[in-house]
Design a protein around this ligand. Structure first.
Ligand code: BGC
Length: 396
């Protein structure tokens, strides 16, 4: 590993912080402007760190800014691993933020839509907030009607992770680690968790997830970034074109718990095997779409072999941005921002509209701990949970 931080960036930030203190500001700005890169830095992958905020218990939280050799930029905090900004070039080379987010650290400390966060210990829903392993029943806090969503009341999106930044010849990133205690949010076993964010100079942003446990438990980790490839806050994503490499999906009941069936997408609004404009699918008269208020469903990926598989491809015609998702996971939750409304303090300055962003959350299927026909999410002592997802950005 080379120098972790560029000294010019550090010096500039220190100066900015001193100036802020002298002016009597008690809180650092949420997303501090970057130091101008030196000519040498411009052709390298770099990372810098700045204070981001303080939790009510006094814990200080940082913001890491990763920039690759092409100028693509990722900002992520060690609070929930939240990605607060992702700057990606368009067809003309102009770089714009393509993820949704909030105005300040205090807003992120609540973050009702889970913008940009690591989700765990169990991503998506567990029906009735309970499950069994080896005949022992575990009860979880219910935070979504009668069900548990995204790991409970204080999931992995609301904890402070240890963060270790790294810079390499062809990439830059942060290793986030967190130990979830036995019994935390009702889950059994001390879970040692590691999530590595890597930005490569090929404009790939990858997430490597790893976990081990000392008691049998369930694990389903994912990343909850909301994208608008036309630019953050730039209206809805209904004009985006989606291809999802899935022959099947898992239908749900009205509380969005899978029925347990795995059904063909043929002749349903969930057939994205050929490129489809989202507008053609979210407003159709279909019971499943009504349950989700749009698409909020798990797609069963065509994956036949271990390793990374292409899960989805998204393109945005006006900017020509393209995003591809590769994953080792068997499913992807395609969520079309159906619950977004104008109550959020959107960082874009104007309210996020319904369908103002989309998520492609690679994962095991929702409610797997209670669904015997779904691939298992049980992790036992001595086993390793390993999962990888790569978002690749390009233009067409
Ligand atoms: C779920 C949605 C939920 C959203 C925000 C998605 O993963 O599938 O139902 O509203 O996260 O919590």
């Amino acid at each position: 590993m080379k120098n972790e931080f560029s000294s010019s960036t550090f010096g500039w930030l220190a100066g900015a912080l001193l100036a802020a203190t002298l002016l009597g500001c008690s809180k650092p700005p949420p997303a501090p402007p970057k130091a101008p890169p030196t000519p040498e830095e411009k052709s390298k992958n770099t990372i810098s760190k700045a204070a981001f905020g303080t939790l009510p218990d006094g814990t200080a939280v940082d913001l890491f800014t990763m920039v690759n050799a092409n100028g693509m930029e990722v900002r992520a905090t060690n609070y929930g691993g939240i990605i607060t900004a992702l700057l990606v070039p368009d067809g003309t080379g102009k770089t714009t933020d393509v993820v949704l987010g909030l105005k300040s650290f205090d807003e992120y400390a609540k973050n009702p839509p889970y913008f940009g966060a690591i989700i765990g210990r169990y991503g998506n829903r567990i029906g009735k907030g309970q499950f069994k392993i080896d005949d022992q029943t575990y009860k979880l806090p219910k935070n979504d009607g009668p069900n548990t969503l995204h790991g409970g009341v204080r999931g992995f999106d609301k904890v402070v992770w240890q963060a270790e930044p790294f810079e390499k010849e062809d990439s830059v990133g942060v290793i986030f680690t967190y130990t979830s205690k036995d019994g935390e949010e009702g889950f059994p076993g001390n879970l040692q968790t590691r999530v590595t964010y890597t930005l490569t100079d090929k404009n790939e942003l990858s997430f490597d997830y790893h976990a081990t446990t000392d008691k049998p438990t369930v694990v389903n980790l994912t990343q909850h970034s909301y994208f608008n490839l036309a630019g953050d806050g730039n209206g809805d994503v209904l004009g985006h074109e989606f291809t999802i490499y899935a022959n099947e999906y898992t239908p749900v009941n009205k509380l969005l718990i899978p029925t347990g069936k795995i059904e063909s997408v043929t002749d349903t609004p969930f057939d994205f095997r050929n490129k489809v404009k989202l507008a053609d699918r979210v407003n159709v008269d279909n019971e499943q779409i009504k349950f989700g208020k749009g698409i909020d469903h798990n797609f069963v990926l065509k994956k036949k072999q271990p390793g990374l598989t292409l899960a989805a491809r998204v393109s945005e015609p006006s900017t020509r941005r393209v995003m591809e998702v590769h994953t080792t996971e068997p499913g992807v939750q395609f969520y079309t921002g159906n619950f977004l409304d104008d109550t959020l303090a959107a960082k874009a300055g104007k309210p996020y509209v319904k369908h103002g962003g989309f998520c492609l959350e690679t994962q095991h299927y929702p409610d797997s701990p209670n669904q015997s026909a779904f691939p298992s999410t049980v992790l036992r002592p001595g086993e390793e949970y390993n999962s990888k997802t790569v978002y690749t950005f390009s233009v067409r």
